[in-house]
Design a binder for this molecule. Sequence first.
Ligand code: PGA
Ligand code: ZN
Length: 429
Amino acid sequence: MAEMNAIANVRAIEILDSRGRPTVQTTLRLASGAAGTVSVPSGASTGAAEAHELRDGDAGRYGGLGCLRAVAHVNGPLRDMLVTRTVTSQADLDAMLNQADGTAAKSNLGANAILSVSLAWARTQSVAKGIPLYQQFADEIGHGAPTHLPRPTVNLFSGGKHAGGQMAIQDVLITPIGTDDAAVAMEQLVAVFNAAARLCRETYGMRLLVADEGGLAPAFPSIETAFDDAVRAIEMAGLRPGADIALCIDVASSHFFDGVAYNLDGAALTAAGMIDRISGWLDRWPIVSVEDGLAEDDWEHWPALRAAIGDRALVLGDDLTTTNPARIRRAIASKAANALLLKVNQIGTLTEAAEALRLVREARWAVNVSARSGETEDNWLTDLATGWAGDQMKVGSVTRSERLAKWNRLLVIASETGLPLAPWPSQAG
Ligand code: PGA
Ligand code: ZN
């Protein structure tokens, strides 16, 4: 039986993501014939501490963004290392991949190359065992069958690096907090998106052009206007702001922090000023989650942010924590946040991402499993968010098929399992 599980081939090619940029797609095949193919995503609003995404740097090809070197690393050294081997666990495989690379940031072989193999092995195992991919992910972290589905957080308005800097903060998201039915939730989210599109047309004369993650990006005169418009769109859809639909924000503040001040809508704010500003937003609008409210290395002030708003909202780390166990340990010890945005390509293997998950669950943090702004039609993310019992998932908007691939997978899993959405976390604080 063991030889049936031996790896027969690993093969990568360069494909294109939702921005038309190259990325890596890898297929892993076992001697039994079972095979799995995965594609890796790519961020634009990346944290400085993320694992190294290897790009060719050849300006004559895709503006330097080619992934042929990462592809060659899969088809060369990683294939040579793995073919004929019988890998018995994700942890064994990921340890081998890390050893082959030999750097903390995965800069030799590339985190994109390494992650593609790590994920492809998981998908191949699910195929070989005849189980859903989410169950393979659940088994990997020692969970039984999932009991909940991740609650969607959907990009309504986009700014920051995903929308040409029209609005300083990166996302205004909506989340359905009044239902535990995934199908009802998606219907409500689409109704609010359509109402917002109508509102944008009427208020800003904007055609339905969308940003990198499919969100609307009109020229809001201020951030506060975007919040007002989001609430208005919820009402226009016949839903109750704060009861049926709440707001989440990704401030992505590293990208408007200049090392001294937070440059927001014409003001140069100190960290304390920024915390006051966010706290004021929570007083006025039904915001239940605040991602990267402070900059990625502003360790000194994150605990004050959590103390100020942590009993009212998730204080969600993305660029701060970068799914990196070392940074997460520091964030837990200093009470810097109470929720983790989990992106496996920030760290580069499933095993290290699982360690990040274990650490934050021990600290009773909430977990939002997230896609990237550069995505493909692959849908493994929803299986990961389900199998790893994410409280929420974040995929972007309800437009653009690379986003819908993940939401549709949620609808499929919901219909196959009948599971409810996870309750909104109560442990914030
Ligand atoms: P990214 O943005 O994928 O461009 O990094 C997503 C986020 O900041 O949450
Ligand atoms: Zn973010």
